[in-house]
Design a protein around this ligand. Structure first.
Ligand SMILES: C[S@@+](CC[C@H](N)C(=O)[O-])C[C@H]1O[C@@H](n2cnc3c(N)ncnc32)[C@H](O)[C@@H]1O
Length: 407
């Protein structure tokens, strides 16, 4: 049987990483030898089949992803379609077991590698389903994936999804042009829908932009912050995007919420979300500016808050500067401390797999120590629930957060 398998040598470092649970093979001189026509590749270690991979010759960087590291690879290739269906079922059943659908209708049905479905993410957004492919491999099985996600979602989560409710987006290559999701309904190119999360309504726009206006992964973090938001009368939301954290705090009774974002159109979306929920407009203030400028103003005005949230993009650029989020905390944290009430809390996020949790913690601790700030790290935040993590796969654990509590 082994002779029939498309056996290939891979880089010794790839073998080492695969053994630790990392599910990707990155382009190198070994992957250059993979035959483009092979859909499946078996990585070998000392002539023995080691890992069954799905092959993506079109991707500029991630050339293969692990399908299985155990079992009879010949049989697994033969049973691929059945196995795929079972994995989709298992992933969606997991969400049903979590019982999150009762609390929010924006949930990940499939979270890629951590659900043993490498390069596939699927999100339920109200009565729409967005399927995102991160690997071109899935072009070969697109129909099968779509049909199975629809069938399983309807069956397990008691939904009534049809093909016309499905949106497809390829996010395979960061070098490729960033395109908005496409509807499978030929007569529809754009839809504005509303989804509900912990009692709050959010506008979601499908077919307009690359992102749909709400970070579903953050919902898994928000659920762990309810108590803190309830205790905070005043909240400053830095890098607010369309305002998910601001709306959450208004819903939980905050009376003084300030949102800061560079983008006028995201702030406009945020304000529409406030209207949609019929929240008291006087409890909210929008600032369209860089966080740096906004903090300088707020500091000058001696504005203070019970809670400050900071969720910067991993690298951001305003008109004249490019910056990196970790380094920026050196300047930003002191400004946040100035605007923090005694006994208040800062929630600092970092949104990149390139810096690990320890390094982020060390950086925050270093800033706290050097400035003698009366702050302590009291809690760690990470992706949870419908966004499971996979050991040995830092790329999947990109979101890190710490709660810093004022003495
Ligand atoms: C990761 S998103 C924040 C997501 C948000 N916390 C949520 O959960 O919905 C980052 C946001 O920062 C904004 N941004 C980027 N650079 C900025 C800057 N220098 N000052 C203010 N906002 C900035 C972007 O427009 C974007 O909306």
């Amino acid at each position: 049987m082994n002779q029939l398998l498309p056996l290939y040598d891979v880089h010794p470092i790839s073998i080492k990483l695969l053994k630790k649970g990392h599910p990707w093979i990155i382009k190198d001189k070994f992957t250059d030898k993979f035959q483009p026509r092979e859909r499946f590749i078996v990585a070998k270690e000392r002539r023995r089949p080691f890992s069954l991979l799905i092959h993506d010759p079109k991707h500029s960087n991630i050339k293969a992803r692990v399908w299985s590291s155990s079992g009879d690879f010949g049989k697994l290739i033969k049973n691929f379609k059945k196995d795929l269906q079972q994995r989709i079922f298992k992933a969606i059943k997991k969400r049903q077991d979590l019982k999150i659908i009762e609390k929010r209708d924006n949930i990940f049905l499939i979270f890629g590698e951590a659900d043993e479905l490498p390069g596939i993410k699927a999100t339920l957004l109200g009565d729409q389903v967005l399927i995102q492919f991160y690997s071109y491999f899935w072009e070969n099985y697109e129909e099968l994936v779509i049909n199975n996600i629809i069938k399983t979602t309807n069956q397990v989560l008691n939904k009534d999804i049809t093909k016309a409710d499905v949106w497809i987006q390829y996010r395979a290559d960061s070098s490729a042009q960033k395109k908005a999701p496409k509807s499978l309904d030929p007569n529809c190119s754009y839809k504005n829908i509303q989804v509900k999360e912990f009692g709050v309504l959010y506008n979601v726009q499908l077919g307009k932009l690359y992102d749909y206006g709400l970070y579903t992964d953050m919902a898994s973090v928000r659920s762990h912050l309810e108590g803190i938001f309830k205790d905070s009368d005043s909240v400053l939301n830095l890098f607010s995007y369309t305002g998910a954290f601001s709306l959450y705090s208004l819903a939980l009774g905050s009376k003084d919420v300030v949102s800061v974002d560079l983008s006028e159109s995201y702030i406009q979306d945020l304000e529409e979300n406030i209207l949609l929920n019929e929240f008291d407009k006087d409890s909210h203030q929008s600032i369209i500016d860089s966080v740096e400028n906004a903090m300088n103003h707020l500091n000058k005005e001696n504005r203070v808050f019970d809670l400050i949230i900071s969720d910067p993009p991993s690298s951001s650029s305003d008109k004249n500067k490019r910056s990196n989020a970790l380094k920026d905390y050196e300047k930003l944290l002191p400004k946040m401390v100035k605007s923090l009430k005694p006994g208040g809390k800062i929630i600092a996020f970092l949104n990149t797999h390139k810096i690990n949790r320890n390094k982020f913690r060390q950086k925050l601790e270093q800033i706290i120590t050097e400035n003698n700030f009366p702050l302590k790290i009291t809690k760690t935040l990470k992706l949870a629930e419908d966004c499971p993590e996979l050991r040995g796969f830092p790329e999947g654990s990109y979101l890190k957060g710490f709660i810093l509590s004022h003495d």
